[in-house]
Design a protein around this ligand. Structure first.
Ligand code: GLT
Ligand code: MN
Ligand code: MN
Length: 389
């Protein structure tokens, strides 16, 4: 029998070169794995059954590469994509690693750094589009401060906006079929990063010149780091038509940015997230922005990558069961039961409705004493997740 949890192209599972390519280097320790080339990583991803591969400009082309080196690398990479059938749905720019970005890129206080960041991003956009990317992610890891003495946050936002407006115009001018997805994070590597949550990003996007081509790329770990409910951030983005991409991983609240294997820690949250994405019919990439534990060799990296996809598919199956579970559905129906007596007050505002609603007598006692059976519903969910249903 074929494995029902085996990834298929239609699942749109993608990984960044930097994810399976992580060598395990951290703040306190050296790399634990040799670094693999982009071509080797494409083959690794094909072996585990991924659909696509995403990259930062410098994951593929080193910062100081000559034009000839760039062209050679891109040509080798294209051959690997053709040989494996992997696609590149998303690309991004590394605006955080090089020391020139120590005070940010688009929001740096040095005007020259701000313009260099634009130049680098236009080149990264060209590279991404050349390889087929339709979504371009902006993660402003260095856009922020350690001390508010150093930068006016309102000025920071103005600079951020100017940069994104300029780059949107560039994309339009080049006739590229490309959308932008902004990714938030509350802190790390900066003490405070501007636009720290998906909600903040969604508000900011509405102030952009070409807000229609800009959405968000929420990341599970980043919302959890801020102590927030990731699903609620995703739902808000979806509801606004702004869920252009998603970074799936896992995270223990209150810790550093852990970027763990998807579903490895917050099982219930991950379940409701998968259920949401599947129920609403999200059609974008399911991108895993995570990396293997530092204890692993490359066999462990494959275990990690397979695990992300497998857990997603297990949770997807659980979501279908939840939707088909008679007891759960009857409970939900009872919880949401409506005798229709309020429908007169629905719909458009009118002075008649106002006077009727104002004079309506509600049975306050019955309404307040009603038990909602949420304990039962949640336990049924837990039973289902733990495999006893
Ligand atoms: C970096 C960061 C991620 C971003 C990547 C895209 S880079 O690994 O931690 O959350 O999505 O720039
Ligand atoms: Mn992260
Ligand atoms: Mn991310």
């Amino acid at each position: 029998m074929s494995d029902p949890y085996e990834p298929q192209p239609e699942h749109k599972f993608t990984f960044g070169l930097w994810t399976v390519g992580s060598t395990g280097r951290d703040q306190f320790g050296l790399p634990v794995r040799e670094s693999l080339s982009p071509v080797q990583l494409v083959h690794l991803l094909a072996e585990v059954g991924a659909y696509g591969v995403n990259f930062h400009d410098n994951d593929l082309v080193p910062f100081n590469a000559s034009k000839a080196e760039r062209d050679q690398i891109v040509s080798d990479f294209k051959k690997a994509l053709a040989a494996t059938g992997l696609v590149v749905p998303m690309a991004t720019t590394n605006l955080f690693n090089h020391s020139i970005f120590k005070d940010g890129a688009f929001t740096a206080n040095d005007h020259k750094v701000r313009k260099f960041a634009l130049q680098k991003t236009m080149q990264a956009i060209d590279l991404g589009v050349e390889l087929g990317a339709k979504v371009f992610v902006f993660w402003g890891g260095r856009e922020g401060v350690e001390s508010d003495a150093t930068k006016d946050p309102a000025l920071g936002l103005k600079r951020y906006r100017d940069a994104l407006n300029f780059l949107s115009d560039y994309v339009i001018d080049q006739c590229y079929d490309l959308k932008f997805a902004l990714e938030s994070k509350p802190n790390e590597p900066r003490g405070d990063i501007f636009l720290p949550t998906t909600g903040a990003m969604l508000g900011f996007i509405e102030t952009l010149d070409h807000s229609d081509m800009v959405g968000v790329n929420p990341e599970f770990a980043h919302e959890v780091m801020a102590g927030l409910n990731f699903l609620h951030a995703v739902a808000q983005a979806w509801e606004m038509g702004k869920l252009f991409h998603i970074d799936l991983n896992d995270q223990n609240v209150g810790r550093f940015d852990q970027d763990w294997r998807f579903g490895s820690y917050n099982i219930k949250q991950s379940f409701f997230l998968v259920k949401f994405l599947e129920d609403v019919g999200y059609t974008g990439s399911r991108h895993f922005d995570a990396h293997a534990y530092r204890t692993e060799d490359y066999e462990g990296v494959k275990d990690f990558a397979r695990g992300c996809m497998r857990t997603y598919l297990i949770l997807k199956e659980k979501a279908a069961r939840f939707n088909a579970d008679q007891e759960i559905q009857e409970l939900l129906k009872a919880i949401n039961a409506d005798d229709g007596s309020m429908s007169d007050f629905d719909g458009e505002y009118s002075p008649e409705k106002v006077s009727k609603l104002k004079s309506h007598q509600f049975d306050i006692q019955t309404l307040s004493q009603r038990g909602l059976m949420y304990e039962r519903l949640d336990q049924l969910t837990i039973d289902l997740l733990l495999g006893v249903r």
